[in-house]
Design a protein around this ligand. Structure first.
Ligand SMILES: Cc1ncc(COP(=O)(O)O)c(C=O)c1O
Length: 412
């Protein structure tokens, strides 16, 4: 029997915090292996949203009444909480957004629109989620800039030996994922940021798959931007953040115009607030920010090093057990991986396999995972992805293997 890691956390007790885990699907106990798409939400986060709407709901930054003060205070406290979670130098370096996708689009519009010139290069990797690819394609087209890509090796790691010829002075920004959402590869963020800095290139880290699973210290990593989504780390949907190094955020123009982000407006012209408020036009997702702060508190009570160890253990165990099945191809590094395993079973298309598993209450994801170029790179139409979080168990993985064995029989 596999024991999970050395930490003293009672992982089974934590499951009780997630009401949805008691659901049944197609008559079977739910096994939720789709946390890379979105995580489930613990009671303290659900309670924080409810508390906000029952006791604090008002618009922020504009009302001169008690409720508005409460809402503004709670919203700005949430910003401070997120800043501390990332070890940002100041809460002014945290912009609330709808999530990773919007954070990256913000940088592409506001930074890219001002600083990118014809012939400049944005360096990406072949393993980027469409969210960290399409905004740069649009920007490159608009500005006459070029995109370049760090290739992915057969073992799912970046071909870093090619970096010297790719990371040249024309590269103005290097944007890459911390953990691949299809391969589970964990990229060496600090090393990549340091190499970029050495040639005067800014860096953007897509932390969608890491922010809720592993410690993140933006000052130690040395990144200029970092983007993440609340919903993948126990928080509500529709909220996330962009970390931006203070002096860079201050140099960027707004990207959306409207209320909340101005100091003064005449019919002809407006003056804008400083960062981060100049990037938050309109009424923000106040409840979302408060829910995100509750998620951060919840995760911090467990401890990110323990979560990382737990999730990595589950992913390694799942990869080992999957390899026992006939006709199984597992993508991504074999030794160290984030909290997910992507695989292809010879006998069945990923969509068919995922639909089969669903009949047994096993929720996985089948398809290209917003990684079409990466799927092409590996010559597969898509994969089935089992992704884990701290509320998953070894027993659930054993059950997954039983279900997949039945699938092998069914599809062969
Ligand atoms: C690596 C990665 N980047 C970006 C995103 C986009 O996140 P969101 O849809 O929350 O903006 C995802 C979501 O799956 C992801 O896995």
């Amino acid at each position: 029997m596999h024991q999970i890691a050395s930490s003293s956390v009672d992982w089974n007790a934590l499951r009780e915090d997630f009401p949805i885990l008691r659901e049944r699907a197609h008559g079977h106990p739910l096994i939720y292996f789709d946390s890379a798409a979105t995580s489930q939400k613990p009671r303290p986060v659900i309670d924080a949203l409810r508390h906000y709407y029952e006791h604090e709901n008002a618009n922020v930054h504009r009302g001169l009444h008690e409720l508005s003060s409460r809402a503004t205070e709670a919203y700005e406290r949430s910003r401070q909480r997120v800043a501390k979670y990332l070890n940002a130098a100041s809460a002014d370096e945290v912009v609330f957004t709808r999530g990773t996708t919007e954070s990256i689009n913000l940088v592409a519009h506001a930074w890219g629109g001002k600083f990118l010139r014809t012939g400049d290069v944005v360096l990406l990797t072949e393993m980027e989620h469409h969210s960290n690819l399409v905004p740069w394609q649009l920007l490159a087209e608009r500005m006459g800039a070029r995109l370049r890509f760090v290739p992915v090796r057969d073992d799912g790691r970046l071909a870093l030996d090619q970096l010297p010829s790719l990371l040249t002075p024309e590269v103005k920004l290097f944007a890459f994922t911390h953990i691949s959402n299809s391969l589970g590869t964990i990229n060496p963020v600090a090393e990549l940021c340091q190499k970029a800095r050495a040639v005067g290139t800014l860096t953007l880290v897509d932390a969608a798959q890491s922010a809720g699973h592993s410690p993140i210290n933006v000052q130690e990593l040395g990144c200029d931007f970092l983007a993440f989504s609340g919903h993948k780390m126990c928080g509500p949907t529709g909220i996330g953040a962009l970390y931006g190094r203070g002096e860079i955020l201050d140099s960027m123009p707004p990207w959306h115009g409207g209320g909340e982000m101005i100091v003064s407006v005449t019919l002809e012209k407006s003056a804008f607030k400083k960062a981060p408020h100049r990037f938050e036009a309109g009424t923000p997702n106040i409840a979302g920010a408060i829910g995100l702060a509750a998620a951060v508190d919840y995760i911090e009570r467990i401890g990110r090093p323990a979560i990382f160890e737990h999730d990595a253990h589950l992913a390694r165990y799942a990869a080992e057990r999957l390899a026992e099945l006939p006709g199984m191809r597992i993508l991504g590094p074999t030794d160290e991986r984030g909290a997910l395993v992507g695989f292809v079973m010879e006998a069945a298309h990923p969509h068919d396999l995922t639909t089969f598993a669903d009949q047994y209450g096993l929720a996985m994801r089948g398809g290209h995972h917003c990684n079409q170029p990466l799927m092409r790179r590996f010559g597969v139409p898509g994969t089935t992805r089992a992704s884990f979080y701290f509320y998953n168990t070894i027993e659930e993985i054993d059950r997954m293997i039983e279900i997949l064995r039945a699938a092998v029989r069914f599809f062969s």
